[in-house]
Every structure is written in structure tokens, then in C-alpha cells.
Design a protein around this ligand. Structure first.
Ligand code: GLC
Ligand code: MG
Length: 547
């Protein structure tokens, strides 16, 4: 292994080193007691985020939506879902976040609209051959009477990616039936989204997280794809690229958006949610004239072993270096098993989503221990890091959620074979002894909260030395003080058992091995868990040492 490669974070700007906190509005804080989180709830809790020490928030969608996919089915891109509040509440949230020193990134869903969107309703009404249908991907079916779907594509959530309408045509939906894919080859569509971007930029947002950024353009012939459907494009160099993902045309879209953002004062950013492998293809989304960041899902999915972590960190840095972009790091979001539980499963048996009562259960203590070590490792890496609400409390996945409570469309569409993502979306606990653990003023919670939430509540951790919340807070304080985000990475050791690198004045050391490891020389300034009495580093602990 290469022990002396040095990496320097190339670009400049707030976002290159920012820690960005993902808020899932349904589950963050409920102001009105209806059991669904809302914008006034978020605004009232902004103090928590300022205290935690993050730089920005990213809000998952809060736009008018039938909520077929928890808001990723947008019916109107220029308003707020009444469940979540009003446009005035959004303005208030943006203003108060800015007053708290927090930037605001909103979610943009350009691959598909909701079936309830005025455009789709008009397309249904106008019929085959109309200009209205040209905004979506309508086709005649195959086989006798056109009774078979136009191609063999499957929906990411399970079942066919096509649904037939009463006049006989079919429309494409890579996700739920209620999420028809837009036709980005029709100039009306890009024009509309430029206008949507302006709408939110004018309201003061600092950027956009772009949903399914690798999906907008489909291969023109909509060729069959015999492989199982996965949101991860997963192409290896020698395999053909799936016809629905990562087509070259998407980059033109983002270049145009970048030109628009660059015309606004301040540094407004674009973040790609692009499940694209390998890293060399992913970084095409963050070339200098395209997006600013892309989520690093390869890092999120990497196994908890020293060689796997070394490999993914090195590959990530090299790939982003090749285009002059900073790297991003992420361990959890609203689509994957929370890392405090994911890392509690046997190593090498990853589970991206959906643990149910009948499944192998993660080991909670091991999971939390590794999650804390992983977080401390991540927050010392140069680049930008994303946190997902509740991870600062060490929240586990709800792995025993009753199946009857499940809301993720994946559960139904997969014929109850994929449990889906509800387990990471459970409303978060603020106060151990309050109704709904302080999520809202009543007991109501759109997904049931497990009793164990009391232990993880913020008020049980705030000011408690060694708590996960204080671990995060101190890590973010030190990260800033040592300039880790804009720093450099120099590998010191990378073996089968330990990983160690230097970033500025800090040496970061993680022990993955079963045996205790000697602590690097210097002053230990932070640690993901207690050290042994002889000062050595126990298994699954990360330490930060000033040298
Ligand atoms: C993205 C979102 C996910 C959503 C899907 C369809 O992957 O993160 O939650 O279901 O896009 O919009
Ligand atoms: Mg509410």
C-alpha cells in the first residue's frame, strides 16, 4: 500500500469543507401535533443545529405532494405542502437559519413529478400524440393490442417501470407509479426547471441537492435491459451502461444550471445524488463547470475494515483530485440503514435498506461503537461531510417496526419482499419523558417510535460527557479549530488492523483489530470511546492526537 501519498483539498469556498446536516422534514420536529414534522417545527429547533456546530442544512422535499414517496413526488415545485406549512414558513426558516449562521440547501426532484402535478394531469387529459404527453415518456405497448409494457425496465421500488393509462398508452416511472418520469429531451422541461431554480434562489437558498441526478436522460431507443433494476448504476469498465442511468446528456443540464447559479451573489451550490460507480464516472458530475459536490455512496457502502476504508478513501480522493473538486463523505441518509445499525451487522453482509423483525438483528453496542469510530474518522477527512438527523444522538435504525406501519412504497411494490426505508425515517427523540419523545406536543408520530428512543433523547445526552451528542459537538468544534475540512491527508499507517493518517496538526488513528493498539505519540484531544487503562486504543475506537 502507498503510505506517503499526500492529498490537498483543491477548491476553495464554504462548501468545500462544510458539514451539512440533512433534515427529513416529516421526522425532525412537529409544531402542530399532527404527528408529521413541519417547517415551523424545524425553525423552532434551529438552535440545536447551531449548538451542534454544523455549517448548513439540507432539507428533504417539503413541496405540495400526495406523499406517495414521502415528498419525492412533487406536485408543485413553487409552494409548500400544507402538512409542512406555508411559503411564508419557508421564508421564515431560511431567514432564521441565516441568522443562526446556517446555510440552507433545498431538495430538487427533476427526474419525475408527482402524478398529481398539473402537467401530468394535463397529459392524461390531452391524450396520445399531444404536446402535453411530450413532457413525459409515453409510449405504445408491445405485443397483441399493445398489452405488454414498451420495454423490460423495472421500477427501483419493484414491479414494472411502466403503467398503462385508460387510452392504452404506457408511461415510464423509474420509481413509483405516482412518479412519472419527465422527458428532458423536450425543451419545455429544462426551461421549467431553470425557472424553479430561480424561484428558490430568489428566496435566498444557498443550494440544491439534486435528486436522482443520474437519471434525467434515458438512452434514446429505450432499449431493453435484462439486468435487475438498481438505483446504483454499478457499471464496471467492461460492462454496458444501463440505458436509464448516467447518460452523457445529463451533464449538459448541469452545466446550464451552474451558469445560472454562478450569476447569483454568494456561493450557491449543486449537490448530485448520483448512484454512479466507479468513482471515475461519478466525478464527471463535479467537473469545474458542473455541480459542486456529489454524494460519496461508495464510501457509505464500504465495509468496516481497515483495508476497505483505506481503499475507498484513497480512491475517492484520487478521483475528485482528477477533476479538481473536493471530496464529500457521508455515512447515513433517509434511504439507507442508519450507520449505528448497519455497522452492527456482521462485516461483509451489508444491508442497504429494510431490516424487519424476522431478519438478523444488528448488535446495538457494536454498531454504536463502530458508528462513533467511523464518524470520528470521517470528520477528520479533508472535504465536506454530510450528517443525517439523529446520527448525532447515535440513533439506531428501527429494526422491529411493525410491517403494518410501513409507508415506503418499496414494501408494497416489491410484493413484501423488500422492507424499504422506514426504519431510518422514524421521528427523532428530543426529550425522554415528553409525549412522542419531544418530537411534537402530542403522542402522534407518523411512524411509531421504539421505546428505546428515551435513552437516545437529546436531553439525556446534552452536557453528558461521553455521550454521542457531545462526541459530535466536540468533533465539530475541533474540526473547525484544526481546519480539518480544508486540510491535507497523509497516510501514516494502513494495515489489516489499523488505519492512521495525518491532517495538519492532528494524527487520526482507528483500531479495527481485535487487540488493543498503542496510541500514537502526542496529546489525545478526542476519542470515540474510552482508552484502555494503559492508554492503548481498544478495538473499534478512533483517536485524534495532536502532534
Ligand atoms: C432519491 C431519494 C429517495 C427517493 C428517490 C425517488 O433516491 O433520495 O428517497 O425515493 O430518489 O425520488
Ligand atoms: Mg405537524
Amino acid at each position: 500500500m502507498n503510505h506517503d501519498a499526500t492529498h490537498q483539498n483543491p477548491a476553495t469556498g464554504w462548501w468545500t469543507e462544510a458539514v451539512i446536516y440533512q433534515i427529513y422534514p416529516r421526522s425532525f420536529a412537529d409544531s402542530d401535533g399532527d404527528g408529521i414534522g413541519d417547517l415551523p417545527g424545524i425553525t423552532a429547533r434551529l438552535g440545536h443545529l447551531a449548538e451542534l456546530g454544523v455549517d448548513a442544512v439540507w432539507l428533504s422535499p417539503f413541496y405540495p405532494s400526495p406523499q406517495a414517496d414521502a415528498g419525492y413526488d412533487v406536485a408543485d415545485y413553487r409552494d409548500v405542502e400544507p402538512l409542512f406549512g406555508t411559503l411564508a414558513d419557508a421564508d421564515d426558516l431560511i431567514a432564521k437559519a441565516h441568522a443562526n449562521g446556517l446555510r440552507v440547501i433545498v431538495d430538487l426532484v427533476p427526474n419525475h413529478t408527482s402524478a398529481a402535478h398539473a402537467w401530468f394531469q394535463a397529459a392524461l387529459a390531452a391524450g396520445p400524440g399531444s404536446a402535453e404527453r411530450e413532457r413525459y415518456i409515453f409510449r405504445e405497448g408491445r405485443g397483441p393490442g399493445g398489452a405488454e409494457p414498451p420495454n423490460d425496465w423495472q421500477s427501483v421500488f419493484g414491479g414494472p417501470a411502466w403503467t398503462r393509462v385508460p387510452d392504452g398508452q404506457w408511461y415510464l416511472h423509474l420509481f413509483d407509479t405516482a412518479q412519472p418520469d419527465l422527458n428532458w429531451d423536450n425543451p419545455e422541461v429544462p426551461a421549467e426547471f431553470l425557472d424553479v431554480l430561480r424561484f428558490w434562489l430568489d428566496r435566498g437558498v444557498d443550494g440544491f441537492r439534486v435528486d436522482v441526478a443520474h437519471g434525467l436522460i434515458k438512452q434514446a431507443d429505450l432499449a431493453d435491459w435484462q439486468e435487475p433494476q438498481e438505483i446504483l448504476s454499478g457499471q464496471e469498465a467492461d460492462k454496458p451502461r444501463p440505458p436509464m442511468w448516467d447518460q452523457d446528456g445529463v451533464h449538459e443540464v448541469y452545466r446550464e444550471w451552474r451558469r445560472l447559479l454562478d450569476g447569483y451573489p454568494g456561493e450557491r451550490i449543486l449537490v448530485a445524488e448520483a448512484w454512479v460507480e466507479p468513482a471515475e464516472r461519478l466525478v464527471r458530475y463535479v467537473r469545474p463547470d458542473e455541480m459542486h459536490q456529489a454524494f460519496n455512496f461508495e464510501y457509505l457502502l464500504a465495509a468496516w475494515t481497515a483495508p476497505a476504508q483505506y481503499a475507498v478513501i484513497t480512491r475517492s480522493l484520487e478521483a475528485t483530485d482528477s477533476v479538481g473538486a473536493p471530496t464529500t463523505w457521508v455515512l447515513s441518509n433517509h434511504d439507507v440503514v442508519r450507520h449505528a445499525s448497519r455497522l452492527g451487522l456482521p462485516i461483509g453482509k451489508p444491508r442497504r435498506n429494510g431490516i424487519g423483525v424476522g431478519d438478523e438483528q444488528p448488535d446495538a453496542a457494536t454498531g454504536l461503537r463502530r458508528a462513533r469510530a467511523a464518524t470520528l474518522l470521517m470528520l477528520a477527512l479533508p472535504g465536506s461531510a454530510y450528517l443525517y438527523q439523529g446520527e448525532e444522538l447515535g440513533l439506531p435504525e428501527h429494526t422491529t417496526l411493525p410491517d403494518a406501519a410501513r409507508q415506503d412504497p418499496t414494501w408494497e411494490r416489491s410484493g413484501h419482499t423488500q422492507r424499504g426505508r422506514d426504519g431510518c425515517r422514524v421521528p427523532i427523540p428530543w426529550e425522554a419523558d415528553a409525549p412522542s419523545y419531544g418530537f411534537g406536543p402530542t403522542d402522534a408520530s407518523w411512524l411509531p417510535q421504539p421505546p428505546v428512543w428515551a435513552e437516545y433523547a437529546l436531553d439525556r445526552q446534552r452536557g453528558v460527557p461521553g455521550s454521542t451528542y457531545e462526541l459530535y459537538r466536540e468533533a465539530l468544534r475541533l474540526r473547525r479549530a484544526y481546519g480539518l475540512g480544508r486540510g491535507t491527508l497523509e497516510w501514516l499507517a494502513s494495515g489489516d488492523e489499523v488505519l492512521s493518517f495525518r491532517n495538519g496538526d492532528l494524527v487520526v488513528f482507528t483500531n479495527f483489530g481485535a487487540a488493543a493498539a498503542p496510541v500514537p505519540e502526542g496529546e489525545v484531544v478526542h476519542s470515540s470511546g474510552p482508552l484502555n487503562e494503559d492508554g492503548s486504543v481498544p478495538t473499534d475506537v478512533t483517536v485524534w492526537v495532536e502532534v
